[in-house]
Structure formats: structure tokens, C-alpha cells
Design a protein around this ligand. Structure first.
Ligand SMILES: [Zn+2]
Length: 111
């Protein structure tokens, strides 16, 4: 397992997610524009809103995981499972860099 590559990957993902969240937050919370007069356009905007909100929630959850992984790396506990304390395999961390559980705990929580 190459920890430097993983850190780089996590940092890249973090930057991507932060800029995506900045855009979705602007879209959701900063509605300065006039409300559309046209009803069809309003419907479109509403559909778009729920899509953006889903993206926002998904991005926020992933960003929390990425930040948690970076914190775990700096704490020196990245390879320890947060649930049972066993070590997480390097293959697993390379495949899912933001995971905090070993394959056994992960399969128990997601049967
Ligand atoms: Zn475990």
C-alpha cells in the first residue's frame, strides 16, 4: 500500500468535494434571483433543487469520510479498524481510501 498516493487521492477528492459543496450551497441557500413567472420553469427549478440537495447531502457525507480518513492518517491509526482495532488490509484501503473499518466489520454492518 502506498500511503502517499492515498493521501494525494484523498486530498484531491477533498478539494473536489469542497468546491462542489460550495456550488450546491450557493444554489440552495443564496436565491437572490427573481422567482420565475413561468410555471413550467418553476417546476424545472424545483426538480433541479431536489437533485442539487441530494448532491449536497451526498457530497457532505463523503467529505466527512474523507476528512476523517485524513485525520486518521495524521493520528497514525489509519490502518486500524475503528470498530474492532484489527488492522485493515492495504488492498482494502487502496480500493476504498476513506474506509475506517476492516472487511469483517464492514460486512457485518452491511450484510
Ligand atoms: Zn474491524
Amino acid at each position: 500500500m502506498n500511503l502517499e498516493n492515498i493521501i494525494e487521492e484523498l486530498n484531491t477528492r477533498k478539494t473536489e468535494l469542497e468546491s462542489r459543496l460550495e456550488r450546491t450551497h450557493k444554489h440552495i441557500y443564496q436565491k437572490d434571483g427573481p422567482v420565475s413567472a413561468n410555471f413550467n420553469e418553476q417546476v424545472k427549478e424545483t426538480e433541479n433543487d431536489s437533485l442539487v440537495m441530494a448532491l449536497d447531502a451526498e457530497g457532505a457525507a463523503e467529505l466527512a469520510q474523507v476528512r476523517n480518513a485524513l485525520q486518521r492518517i495524521s493520528d497514525g491509526v489509519y490502518q486500524n479498524c475503528a470498530h474492532c482495532g484489527e488492522s485493515i488490509s492495504g488492498d482494502r484501503l487502496e480500493a476504498i481510501p476513506y474506509t475506517d473499518s476492516c472487511i469483517r466489520c464492514a460486512s457485518q454492518s452491511n450484510p
